[in-house]
Write a protein that binds this ligand. Structure first.
Ligand SMILES: NC(=O)c1ccc[n+]([C@@H]2O[C@H](COP(=O)([O-])OP(=O)(O)OC[C@H]3O[C@@H](n4cnc5c(N)ncnc54)[C@H](OP(=O)(O)O)[C@@H]3O)[C@@H](O)[C@H]2O)c1
Length: 260
């Protein structure tokens, strides 16, 4: 069992895990133990942070920590945890989109299971992270990634997981707008800064005014005959928002079909 209460294991050191480890390692009281597969990436993270080490194998990792974050690709999740020395004091937090707890239960022994859905903004402590069920040991770790949203069941978690994809689409929107502004003559660096800061500004205003409805906030921005109204009307004329809903539904359908 763990020799420190704050030891966290990361099983599956890929794209997402790199960002999570970056954040977890900022806490000097935390020890982070990585699975050895994808060794170059794991060793690079360990070389960068004094409190990060690489386990000999996945069984050794489980033996060294109390909480394990499972960050393999979803298809590999159940197989990756099979046959490991799970103990009742373990909490296994799956970050794998579309993998229901039922699919992990048989291979997780006596460990307590939870699911969470962080995004790469965890690296800067800005990842809104949905959690189900609200297991204290899991919350204690994922709250370092950003605001935690405890959800009522896995169906809600599946819907919330679409936001992890939406996060990528917002990057795409920023790219489109920045490229367009640069093409029209704005210096590329200024264009990138302006667009990304504008997205943050819009989100900040919504967050700062929870008492006001979203339609109310939007209406206030749309001066009759003004440029915001003109652009929105143009987008609505081509039913642009319908396509965002279609994309969201396609992702949710895929997540749900993985569960069935
Ligand atoms: N990427 C995101 O922003 C994001 C956001 C929210 C949730 N998620 C979820 O996070 C999970 C990981 O996504 P990702 O984008 O980080 O995928 P990824 O880059 O493919 O990383 C997965 C890592 O797990 C490793 N792995 C596979 N089987 C293993 C095993 N038995 N033991 C140890 N390591 C093993 C893979 O090694 P090999 O390459 O050798 O197979 C790979 O290094 C997915 O389930 C996804 O749904 C991702």
């Amino acid at each position: 069992m763990a020799d420190a209460p704050n030891a966290v294991g990361v099983l599956g050191v890929g794209h997402l895990a790199g960002y999570l480890v970056q954040r977890l390692a900022l806490n000097p009281a935390r020890r982070v133990v990585l699975s050895p597969r994808n060794e170059e990436r794991a060793q690079a993270l360990a070389a960068r942070h004094a409190n990060v080490t690489v386990a000999r194998d996945n069984a050794a990792l489980v033996g060294e920590v109390d909480v394990v974050l499972l960050a393999t690709r979803s298809q590999a999740a159940a197989g990756a945890i099979e046959g490991l020395p799970w103990h009742p004091a373990h909490t296994l937090v799956s970050l794998c989109a579309g993998v229901p707890l039922d699919a992990l239960m048989l291979n997780a022994g006596a460990a307590t299971l939870a699911r969470a859905m962080p995004i790469t903004a965890a690296a800067i402590g800005e990842s809104p992270t949905c959690l189900y069920p609200d297991v204290a040991a899991a919350r204690e770790v994922v709250q370092e990634f950003g605001p935690v949203h405890a959800l009522a069941d896995e169906a809600q978690l599946d819907v919330a997981s679409v936001s992890a994809a939406f996060y990528g689409w917002v990057h795409s929107l920023i790219q489109e707008m920045a490229l367009w502004s640069a093409t029209q003559g704005l210096p590329p660096a200024a264009s990138r800064a302006l667009v990304s800061q504008t997205v943050r500004a819009a989100a900040g205003m919504v967050i700062a005014q929870p008492e006001r409805s979203l339609p109310d906030l939007l209406e206030e921005l749309c001066t009759p005959g003004g440029i915001t109204e003109l652009g929105l009307q143009t987008l609505q004329d081509v039913r642009a928002f319908e396509y965002w809903q279609r994309a969201s539904q396609a992702v949710l359908d895929q997540i749900r079909s993985a569960r069935d």
